[in-house]
Design a protein around this ligand. Structure first.
Ligand code: CMC
Length: 426
């Protein structure tokens, strides 16, 4: 017999069906709840609400599991490339050699950015945050490439164009912010190597491509590539549900990612570690502040809505810190502070009770710093990595025959009907 949930309301019993996912996760299907009972559900922050069914990413927060299309992220980080992972997320299966080669060609062919876009870049105020610029410029892409996106072939071109151009646009914004000449993408370089070259090559100091750093960047982006229905992905799906074009939906995702509780945490972690360093390395004060309920301070890079165990991505990122720093023969005092802070927090009763572990952002900034990426570009790096996930989720939602406009309800708590009072009588 199929499981059902019984709801008793005003003396009547209603049966609600259970939906079971391929990993055994269960949900109560309430899609007809209001129609049948007049009730809605209330769930601030959607902590108990599934917004869709999805075959892209599986997470088990209690066991610390993360898989893309069934493949553990650890295996992808070890054996795959970012581009192969992009293909996997968007198409659902790993590519054959020829398919991967074709994809690389498409990436090269679409890597240039319309020269007129530089005029926009040049005119942003110097202090603009790169995430604000990226969100605006991705939205602006639609005006430069207004082709229809409804034909399957054109969707693939749009998707490739977006993935390839975002990388060029991110490097371009960095160069322009420094007042340097833009470096164009090179057809002989792969995705991550090309990005590093566009960021750091200068006419006076050619950038030496280091394969270990290229691999580290690939892994960084693989680890960020998707994370099911998080804040920015839900923004992409919700905005996309109004049937806006892909660029506008992605632009909304970038804006959502910017927040310090979400993708902006990687920047916030480095700022927090720097404050601790300036405070003589007193990480214990940060822990005490994070526990103080009268202080809004939180330990950045700690805690997660879904993970109640160690974030599997953070484990890989932590190891990568040691590897990248050893390769570059540098030591970063912020890494030492981070490790001490982590050790002390994991032994602290508050963090144990609340199941607060380091998340991906705790160590990622240290890797990026070592590569020479400026702090205000960290969340842009996250956005480039998350782009294939947003696109795969957007594509899955628009291809869904049950596609519906996203439109949550509310429980109104304002004044009841009140008559208008003319201004002279108030
Ligand atoms: N430091 C101190 N206390 C914390 C922290 C933290 N980092 N995270 C959660 N708590 C406490 C919080 O104060 C609350 O306590 P109480 O119930 O007594 O009021 C309780 O834990 C639950 O917090 P919540 O915000 O309701 O729980 P959540 O599951 O929605 O939190 C989070 C998830 C990521 C917003 C939160 O852990 C946080 O703010 N972390 C710091 C920011 C951060 O690192 N964000 C990156 C997340 S990973 C990247 C991504 O995928 O976006």
């Amino acid at each position: 017999m199929k499981d059902k949930v019984k709801l008793i309301f005003e003396g009547k019993t209603y049966e609600l069906p259970i939906v079971t996912g391929s990993e055994g996760e269960k949900a109560i299907d309430i899609s007809n709840l209001r129609q049948k009972t007049g009730l809605i559900t209330l769930d601030p922050g959607y902590a108990n609400t599934g917004s869709c069914t999805s075959s892209i990413t599986f997470m088990d927060g209690e066991k610390g599991i993360l898989r893309y299309r069934g493949i553990p992220v650890k295996q992808l980080a070890e054996h795959s490339s970012f581009i192969e992972t992009v293909y996997l997320l968007i198409n659902g299966v790993l590519p054959a050699k020829e398919e991967l080669n074709n994809m690389s060609v498409l990436f090269n062919d679409n890597s240039l950015v319309h020269e007129d876009m530089q005029i926009f870049y040049q005119n942003f105020p110097r202090a603009s945050h790169p995430m604000g610029i990226l969100s605006s410029m991705v939205n602006a892409l639609r005006s430069f490439y207004p082709e229809l996106e409804t034909i399957e072939e054109e969707i693939n071109i749009t998707v490739t164009r977006l993935l390839s151009k975002v990388r060029t646009m991110a490097a371009m914004s960095y160069k322009i912010s420094r007042g340097h000449k833009v470096v164009y993408p090179r057809p002989d370089l792969k995705y991550s190597a090309n990005f590093l070259n566009m960021m750091f090559d200068t006419p006076v100091r050619p950038y030496p491509i280091d394969e270990d750093l290229v691999k580290a960047l690939d892994v960084f982006w693989i680890l960020h590539a998707d994370h099911e229905q998080n804040c920015s992905t839900s923004a992409v799906r919700l905005v996309g549900s109004g049937r806006v074009n892909l660029y506008a939906a992605i632009s909304a995702g970038i804006a959502a990612l910017w927040g310090p509780l979400h993708g902006g945490a990687n920047q916030a972690v480095i700022e927090m570690l720097t404050d601790i360093q300036n405070d003589g390395g007193n990480y214990r004060r940060a822990i005490e502040r994070a526990k103080d309920k009268n202080d809004s301070f939180r330990l950045m890079g700690f805690g997660h809505r879904v993970y109640k165990a160690y974030d599997p991505r953070a484990k890989i990122m932590k190891k990568m810190c040691d590897k990248v720093l050893a390769k570059l023969k540098i030591s970063d005092p912020l890494l030492d502070i981070a490790k001490e802070l982590e050790e002390a927090a994991l032994k602290d009763d508050y963090f144990i009770e609340y199941n607060l572990y380091p998340n991906i952002d705790f160590y990622s900034g240290i890797v990026l710093r070592a590569m020479g990426i400026p702090t205000n570009m960290f969340t842009v790096m996250f956005a480039i990595g998350r782009l294939p996930g947003w696109i795969a989720q957007w594509k899955e939602s628009v291809d869904d025959p049950k596609w519906k406009l996203g439109r949550p309800r509310q429980i109104y708590t304002g004044p009841i009907k009140t008559d208008y009072i003319p201004i002279e009588q108030r």
